[in-house]
Design a protein around this ligand. Structure first.
Ligand code: GDP
Ligand code: MG
Ligand code: ZN
Length: 344
């Protein structure tokens, strides 16, 4: 990587370490940027960036041309930036983003067909927690999407949490059992008389952190944001009764400040995360229940279902892993395969 600001590509996992100052080539600070103001990106819409400055002023900015174009040079929600120009925040004022600070974490999704092959687009920067929001019904839970999110969270250096919504519609017990072997904290919420139940536990998870909410459209992410942030006023979608899917009511990621400290970031329905850069062992590491079993595999075992003495097969077939073992192994192997097929 040649550009100083193109960071996070290899180092997403070093979240706990402070940014390595001076260890990479950085964008040259030109003298005229010395009076730049630090700000946080709250929202991005068609080339216009809504920022909150360190002084608490909301401003609108555009990206300086020198930062470059394309997915690789994108400025995203959660980024810390330096801005110059008119930072007054007065109506009609427009500032200029001249620098993007090194990211602590980067959540990526795979590029779509129309985009440059192999480019994984960063969608949210600097979040330290990922809230994987899954409805218990309407739409039904998708364990494979949850697993995919878990891998993306570990890979990005974020702490994952499972948030199970719509407990008023279905019993959370079966889904909780499926994930009981993993060390992932879980919060369950419900909607009763238009009020979100379970909000206290959720508040505890997000207070003092930068949390990104991910999950399929229609699972209730915006409903949770509205409950956590009075005045957020996120559009709530109806779930289509035929497909069980929500309309795509939120089309961009947006950050909201919490009264008690911290930030929550709402995202549109995310269906795919770029995992092409995640190695098999890193992938396995996201499956804590399988890691313990795989210590008995032959050296260099690819765990892919073709390997002759893979301990995972014996575990799933022999009943020692319990009734859910086969489903867990299946989930892991599907991810393993999809990760490979994602490669350009
Ligand atoms: N029954 C029930 N419905 C919910 C719950 N949370 C959200 N919903 C509904 O699910 C639909 C989609 O919610 P929304 O917040 O827009 O989902 P998003 O697409 O993930 O942001 C809306 O009709 C919400 O009223 C819940 O806990 N229980
Ligand atoms: Mg939404
Ligand atoms: Zn194996």
């Amino acid at each position: 990587m040649s550009r100083g600001r193109d960071i996070g590509t290899d180092d997403e996992r070093v979240r706990v370490r402070p940014p390595k100052r001076g260890s990479r080539p950085r964008t040259k600070r030109r003298p005229r940027h010395e009076d730049a103001v630090e700000a946080r990106v709250l929202a991005v819409d068609r080339g216009r960036y809504t920022l909150l400055t360190g002084e608490g002023v909301r401003i609108v900015a555009m990206k300086a041309r020198e930062l470059g174009r394309g997915a690789r040079n994108a400025v995203v929600v959660g980024d810390r930036v330096a801005v110059v120009g008119d930072t007054s925040g007065q109506p009609g004022s427009l500032a200029r983003i001249v620098r993007v600070e090194e990211r602590r974490t980067a959540l990526r999704r795979s590029a779509e067909d129309s985009e440059a092959a192999g480019v994984e687009r960063v969608i949210v920067a600097n979040a330290d927690r990922m809230l994987i929001v899954t409805a218990l019904a309407d739409p039904p839970p998708r364990p494979r999407l949850v697993d995919r999110c878990l891998v993306a969270a570990y890979d990005a250096g974020m702490e994952p949490f499972l948030v199970l919504t719509k407990a008023d519609l279905a019993d959370p017990a079966p889904f909780l059992e499926l994930y009981s072997a993993l060390d992932v904290p879980t919060v369950t919420t419900a909607l009763v008389d238009g009020e979100v139940q379970g909000l206290d536990a959720l508040q505890e998870v997000v207070t003092g952190h930068e949390s990104v909410l991910v999950g399929h459209s229609g699972v209730g992410k915006s409903t949770l944001i509205n409950a956590l942030v009075p005045g957020a006023d996120r559009a709530i979608g109806d779930v289509n009764v035929v497909t069980g899917r929500g309309r795509h009511t939120s089309s961009n990621a947006v950050a909201f400040e919490l009264e008690g400290g911290g930030w929550v970031i709402d995202t549109p329905g995310v269906r795919s995360f770029g995992l092409a850069h995640v190695g098999p062992d890193d992938l396995l590491a996201a499956f804590a229940d399988l890691v313990e079993v795989a210590v008995d595999c032959p050296r260099g075992c690819p765990h892919d279902g073709e390997a002759p003495r893979c301990a995972l097969d014996a575990w799933a077939a022999g009943g020692e892993g319990g009734p859910l073992a086969a489903a867990r192994l299946d989930s892991f192997r599907r991810l393993l395969a999809s990760r490979v097929s994602e490669l350009p």
